[in-house]
Write a protein that binds this ligand. Sequence first.
Ligand code: C2E
Ligand code: MG
Ligand code: MG
Ligand code: MG
Length: 275
Amino acid sequence: FASLDETRTLAIYDPSIADWQYQQQILMLDVEDALRSADMWLEYQPKVNIRDGKVLSVEALIRWQHPEFGRIPPDQWIPLAEQVGIIHSVTLWVMDQACRDFDALKVQHGDNIGVAVNISAKDLAHPLFLEEAGAIARRHGISPANVILEITETAAMADPDVARNTIRALSQMGFRIALDDFGSGHSSLGNLASFPLDELKIDRSFLTDVLLYPIRQKILKAALELGEALDLDVVVEGVEDEAIALWLQQFPGLHGQGYYWGRPERAVAAPANCR
Ligand code: C2E
Ligand code: MG
Ligand code: MG
Ligand code: MG
C-alpha cells in the first residue's frame, strides 16, 4: 500500500519524478529553519480508556505549515528527513517541545498524563540518542516514566540488533516503549519477545470493515489478545465513529485513539496563575 500511496503522491504533485525528487531535496533545506520558526508546531491527540473515555496519554504529532507549499503532512516529509539525515534534529526538537508543553498538558489532563513522541529507526542507531533523550527529560524535570517513545515495527526491524540494544537501554532509563502501527509492517511475531514493550498500538487497518465481517473481528480480537497476553497496554488506532467505539467496549482495559475521541490539537497554554 505504501508504494501505491507514493505513486499517487507523485502523480498529484508533479508529472515528472525527477523534478519531484529534486523539489523534495530542496524542501529538506527548509526543515531546520522551520523548526526554529512558528511554521512547525506540535499537536496532541488523546489516547483514552475506551470504557470511560478517560485520557491516559497524548501523542505529539508534528505539523508543518510551509510558507510556499502550505500544509505538508508528516507522512510526506518525515521519510525524506530520514533519508537525508536530518530526522535526528527533528526528533530532539519534538522531544524538547513536548517536554516544554508538559505543564500545559498536566493542567489539561492531570498530573499522571503521559506524553508520547514518535521515534525513527535512525534515532535508534544514533550514538548520542540515549544521552540526549535522558538530558532533555532531566532538563525539564520530567520523569521518563511519563514519556512514551513510539517506534514503528518497520523501524524496530530495520536493524533489529541495534534497535533492541537502544530500546532496552531506553527502557532501563525509565522511558515507556510503544510499538506503533502494529500489524502494518513486515515484522515477525517472534521479534516481539526481544523488545521490552509497554504498549502495543494496533494499526488502524485492522478496523477496516470490521463491523461487517466476522473474520475481521476474529483477526482484531486475536491481535488484542496477543497484546493482553504479553501484559501490554493495548491501544486501537484510528477509531473514527461511535459504532466501532461501542463495539470495542466489550474488551475490558482496552485503550483507543482516534477522531472519535479527539483530533490532534495544540496544547492549551496554562493560565498565568497556574505556572
Ligand atoms: P502515527 O504515529 O501512527 O500517528 C497517528 C496518525 O493517525 C496521525 O497522523 C493522526 O493524525 C492520524 N489519526 C489519528 N486518529 C485518526 C482517525 O481516527 N482516523 C484517521 N484516518 N487517522 C487518524 P499524522 O499526524 O498525519 O501523522 C502521520 C504519521 O507521521 C505518524 O503516524 C507518524 O508515523 C509520523 N509522525 C507524525 N509526527 C511525527 C514526529 O514528530 N516524528 C516522527 N518521527 N514521525 C512523526
Ligand atoms: Mg505514533
Ligand atoms: Mg500509529
Ligand atoms: Mg502511522
